[in-house]
Ligand binder design. Structure first.
Ligand SMILES: Cc1ncc(C[n+]2csc(CCOP(=O)(O)OP(=O)(O)O)c2C)c(N)n1
Ligand SMILES: [Mg+2]
Length: 673
């Protein structure tokens, strides 16, 4: 029997009270939006969201992504109603050591699939999760994935963020009918009313992008219910439910007048008498606001019973599928356990003196054949960033066919990165995405989130230096490597480098880099690859040492007079420079450093062995000199790098003009010794 609207309204008021009370207690946070959205989240959790309270990581669960992470008090209050957070924990909102942090990232065990601090990314993660569910349904045949619904919650800020264009385009073009997004359209944002900055017809915009759009009163439980029913029945399109919501619903000021629709409730406690009046108005006890009403307990106890039946039926279907497909079921279990896939790298054959982007294509080709749960994406550059190595062995995901494994993201780097993060959040999928290195700038906010959340997304960045040449300075990365290497220096909460950044020196080292990337299930990995061909490192080079982050290249001299240090294509320039130096009797050691972060994670004895203190050093980098200054201290030598933006010219001319030649290595080292 359907729940009475009175009980649903009472439960929504309960959420409003708990959200406002936790912000009040914390003396910090965002009550207004949370109070307005309470009706939607309550109808969703009490009647529609399918999850297993006893098994929060159930692979086939529905998922709820909250784009406006500032509304976390609403989510925590809702999760308290289903027993995932205690009332004491709500009272500890935003405090040191408390699980009720501001803008929580993800905590699946406690029911938080994700909330986004940076507005706009969160609902794009949901798009990625919806892609993952469709892909897994096609790959495994497990009927559970086809029954999964991804719910996203977006607010005015998320709609205004540019990424919403990319997210909506992708969801529309792929016909993600497993995605239902609720837009909390409350006409208010942080510092203004929404009308001051936005006069678009949002419904028409989403319709034009291929969405079903429903417009309702977002504080009316019956309308919310009807809209979710209608959305679930839509085939071939994602659905946007635009709910007109009242910011701070039920809030009263200290003088008893309405405190609804007021920007001030966006990001500050209601405060003193306003809080007291509001709680009373909502039927709570201002002295003791952290309570769950008895009828609300009953509502959720009833839902828990329903969920037992729903889950039992779904588990039975899954078991039947697993019995008929034991190998796929075993593989699926490994995928969701985030196990590194077994890969036969001997299948990868590298051509001599190849560009590392081509070497990456050879690796991707093997991965497409050997890793069935990998999705590779490109932002419309697959033939340049060489993710086409993967594409050639599979096909693109399309609206009617998710049996491929290539995601054509269109020219939308941030959207692509966030979709990949969403796939990783969903679980079961290993996402990778490629574009030009200079456009990593468009992706940085997502890389940061992947790093913070410890998600093993692979970022493939090619055209790694000024050797893009004729395309000119806009296309030539200079400071990008320094930027991304900061993420190697930044530790995650487990104490590990938050991102693994690898810039391999030649084709064979690229295979090692990809092997490290695929073995790294703990953090994102960035691969920085060359456009131009690179001479192979000397015969006999032990590439397995790349796993140590830096190592002595084959052919280095004993008792070196100078140590030459670089990553990527500059290593081969050092090798050529060393040939000239040796003619003068100068003994050279060459060190390839695909990852300083990884090298700094080795024991100090190894670091000292490779780069002993007191020996002269020369570093060569096509990026900012800071890339190598941690390895080449000023008192021991110098770093030759780029000090300015690049220039437009054929790359061989640029090499000459900018000093990336064997002759310049010779001259610089001679001047130093
Ligand atoms: C990328 C990004 N920019 C800015 C902010 C800061 N911020 C948080 S909420 C908000 C306003 C959001 O308004 P809306 O989404 O309508 O939420 P409401 O006020 O309705 O709760 C802003 C600017 C942010 N979290 N993320
Ligand atoms: Mg708003």
């Amino acid at each position: 029997m359907a729940n009475s609207i009175n009980v649903l309204n009472h439960a929504a008021d309960n959420i409003r009270i708990l959200a406002a009370a936790s912000v009040e207690k914390a003396k910090s946070g965002h009550p207004g939006g949370a109070m307005g959205g309470a009706d939607f989240i309550n109808v969703l959790y009490s009647e529609y969201l399918n999850y297993d309270p006893q098994n929060p990581t159930w692979v086939g669960r529905d998922r709820f992504y909250l784009d406006p992470g500032h509304m976390a008090p609403m989510l925590y209050a809702q999760l308290a109603l289903i027993g995932k957070y205690s009332l004491e924990e709500l009272a500890q909102l935003r405090q040191w050591g408390s699980p009720t942090t501001g803008h929580p990232e993800f905590e699946v065990e406690r029911g938080v699939e994700n909330t986004s601090g940076p507005l706009g990314q969160g609902h794009t993660f949901a798009v990625g999760a919806a892609i993952a569910a469709k892909f897994l349904a096609a790959q495994t045949g497990n009927p559970t994935f086809a029954k999964e619904t991804i719910y996203a919650y977006i607010s005015d800020g998320g709609v205004q963020e540019e990424i919403s264009q990319g997210a909506a385009r992708v969801a529309g073009v792929l016909g993600l009918d497993n995605l239902i997004m609720f837009y909390d359209s409350n006409d208010i944002q942080l510092s203004t009313e929404t009308a001051e900055v936005m006069n678009e017809d949002t419904a028409a915009k989403y319709r034009a992008l291929g969405w079903e759009v429903l417009e309702i009163n977002g504080n009316d439980a019956a309308e919310i219910r009807k809209a979710i029913e209608a959305a679930k029945a839509v085939v071939g399109k994602p659905t946007l439910i635009i709910g007109k919501c009242i910011m701070g619903k039920g809030a009263l000021k200290a003088d008893g007048s309405s405190y609804e629709r007021n920007c001030k409730t966006h990001g500050a406690p209601l405060g003193g008498d306003a809080f007291t009046n509001t709680v009373k108005n909502l039927g709570g006890d201002p002295e003791n606001p952290f309570q769950i009403f008895d009828d609300v307990k009953e509502l959720y106890a009833k839902r828990a019973e329903e969920l037992k039946e729903i889950c039992a039926a779904r588990y039975a279907e899954e078991a039947e599928w697993a019995a008929a497909n034991p190998e796929k079921a075993a593989a699926q279990a490994d995928w969701f356990a985030n196990k590194a896939p077994q890969i036969d790298w001997t299948k990868v054959e590298q051509k001599a003196n190849d560009a590392t982007r081509n070497a990456s294509a050879a690796c991707l080709s093997a991965l497409a054949e050997q890793v069935p749960n990998m999705i590779c994406a490109s932002a419309d550059l697959s033939n340049s960033d060489k993710t086409d190595g993967f594409l050639k062995k599979t096909k693109a995901l399309t609206k009617d066919d998710f049996s491929g494994a290539f995601f054509q993201a269109g020219v939308a780097e941030l959207t692509m990165a966030c979709c990949c993060i969403g796939m990783a959040l969903h679980g079961g999928v290993i996402p990778a995405c490629g574009t030009f290195f200079v456009f990593s700038d468009y992706m940085k906010p997502a890389v940061r989130m992947a790093a913070l959340m410890e998600l093993p997304v692979k970022f493939i960045w090619t055209h790694d230096a000024f050797r893009v040449g004729e395309d000119g300075p806009t296309h030539e990365p200079v400071e990008q490597e320094a930027q991304i290497r900061l993420m190697e220096k930044l530790k995650n909460h487990k104490g590990h480098n938050s991102t693994l950044v690898l810039r391999p020196a030649d084709a064979k080292e690229t295979t090692e880099a990809w092997a490290l990337a695929m073995a790294n299930t703990a953090t994102p990995t960035a691969l920085i690859l060359s456009r131009q061909n690179i001479a192979d490192l000397p015969e006999g080079n032990d590439y397995s040492q790349a796993a140590k982050g830096a190592y002595i290249v084959a052919g280095s001299d004993e008792n070196a007079d100078v140590i030459l240090v670089a990553s990527g294509s500059e290593v081969s320039t050092l090798v050529a420079g060393a040939e000239l130096l040796r003619k003068d009797g100068i003994k050279c050691r060459i060190v390839s450093v695909p990852s300083e972060g990884l090298f700094r994670s080795q024991c100090s004895c190894y670091q000292e062995e490779v780069l002993p203190a007191g020996v002269k050093k020369f570093g060569l980098t096509a990026g900012l000199p800071v890339n190598l200054q941690g390895l080449v201290p000023a008192h021991e030598g110098k770093v030759w790098g780029l000090e300015s933006f690049g220039f437009s010219a054929p790359y061989k001319v640029l090499d000459e003009k900018l000093g990336f030649t064997a002759e310049n290595v010779y001259n610089q080292v001679k001047a130093m010794l």
